[in-house]
Design a binder for this molecule. Structure first.
Ligand SMILES: *Cc1c(COP(=O)(O)O)cnc(C)c1O
Length: 396
């Protein structure tokens, strides 16, 4: 059996998305900036896609900029807010320690430019407390950037409340909604969001395409100079096939949010219940305020990489955390941010579901993880020390 449980890393493209792209690869291949009819046909598609994406977010078409994905949208949102803040002498930004690296590394860059960054505590449950965020806002705060849903532990922040505080205090609010878009209902106006990033390949669309919503009046800074595409804010010939694929995938995903949430929550909770039976294991992130398809555990006395390789042998495709940090030996910054110690953070397993997963696959996965954990512990000297009482268990 092959079970793909790494949907937070990327998803399979839907048939709808693929079919929406095909005409723009052979028949309607003009450059939307060309004045002839072939170009204008492509431009009509672009205009149409922008309106449809805007409608799904509850904003206006001109508030949408197409980007190469979530990372670019995060970079552009944060750098734009920073430039606007700098012009008014405001060089303080609030975020959290468990953001995606597209956010954290952009903030690191700003720190070198003299910005001060406050990283809020996300506590053991992986949630920001809006009152603590409000207290952290200063006269020189120019931006609050907090992710909608965490890509490793799936916790979903009180976005509307955070946005309301920012609105009241006159501070820009950006949210990296890459894990939320197409999975949770979003309405940028109702939720007081000034800027939002999304990426198509996390909701069954193509890779290399995303969007940045920026409320009108917020002047974006260009990351790429060149032609006047995207209202002069993002140069380069628009990737029309990908934009059409993203738009179709986003519509399909949004239409299925309630149905998928109901289905995935059942599978997720079954997986959580099954894996909780493993002794000395702990679920990472709040049990309820998490994405319907996210499961993340730490197992004591286990090395995450070995766990993944042995699960791969059994056909279960999982992750130890973010795809971006795999390959490095550092434990997940997300797990450290929720207070897991190094040794425990190393023994993590992330399983992220899609609506294609079945109950049979979940049963198979529970059995596979139990077997692999048991085997790895049986050959681990650390586990021997724990069992003999030489070392003390961290996870009771
Ligand atoms: C995947 C992801 C990104 C990066 O998106 P890309 O389109 O791959 O650049 C950013 N933030 C979060 C939370 C993600 O999960």
């Amino acid at each position: 059996m092959q079970v793909y449980l790494d949907n937070a890393a990327t998803t399979k493209m839907s048939k709808t998305a693929i079919n929406a792209m095909l005409p723009y690869m052979d028949r309607i291949y003009g450059n939307p900036s060309s004045l002839h009819s072939a170009g204008q046909k492509a431009n009509e598609a672009l205009v149409n896609a922008r309106e449809r994406v805007a409608k799904l977010l509850g904003c206006e078409a001109r508030e949408i900029t197409f980007t190469s994905g979530g990372s670019e949208a995060d970079n552009q949102a944060i750098l734009s807010a920073a430039r606007l803040g700098e012009q008014k002498g405001k060089k303080h930004i609030i975020s959290t320690a468990f953001e995606h690296h597209a956010v954290l590394h952009t903030l690191d860059k700003l720190k070198k430019d003299g910005f001060e960054i406050t990283l809020l505590d996300v506590h053991e449950n992986g949630l920001v407390i809006p009152e603590q965020m409000a207290d952290a806002i200063r006269d020189d705060t120019c931006l609050v950037t907090i992710m909608y849903a965490n890509n490793e532990i799936g916790t979903v922040q009180p976005i509307k409340e955070i946005g309301a505080v920012c609105k009241e205090k006159g501070v820009l609010f950006h949210t990296d909604a890459v894990q939320a878009a197409g999975h949770l209902h979003i309405d940028v106006k109702e939720q007081n969001i000034d800027m939002l990033s999304l990426s198509a390949h996390k909701f069954h669309g193509p890779k290399g395409i995303g969007a940045l919503y920026a409320r009108k009046g917020i002047r974006l800074t260009n990351l790429i100079e060149g032609g006047a595409q995207e209202r002069g804010k993002r140069a380069g010939t628009e990737n029309i096939p990908a934009i059409m694929g993203m738009t179709a995938a986003f519509e399909e995903a949004c239409a299925k949010i309630d149905e998928n949430t109901a289905k995935l929550t059942v599978l997720r909770d079954k997986l959580i219940t099954g894996l909780s039976e493993i002794p000395h294991s702990v679920l990472n992130g709040d049990e309820k305020k998490r994405l319907p398809g996210n499961v993340n555990f730490c197992f004591e006395g286990i090395e995450g990489e070995s766990l993944l390789l042995l699960l791969d042998d059994k056909g279960v495709y999982a992750s130890s955390g973010s795809a971006c940090t795999s390959g490095s030996l550092d434990p997940s910054h997300v797990l450290l941010a929720i207070g897991r110690v190094h040794d425990i953070a190393h023994g993590s397993l992330r399983l992220t579901l899609s609506d294609e997963n079945t109950e049979e696959e979940i049963d198979y996965t529970i059995k596979a993880v139990k077997e692999v954990v048991e085997y790895l512990r049986s050959i681990s000297p650390i586990w021997r020390d724990l069992v003999s009482g030489k070392k003390e268990f961290v996870i009771k």
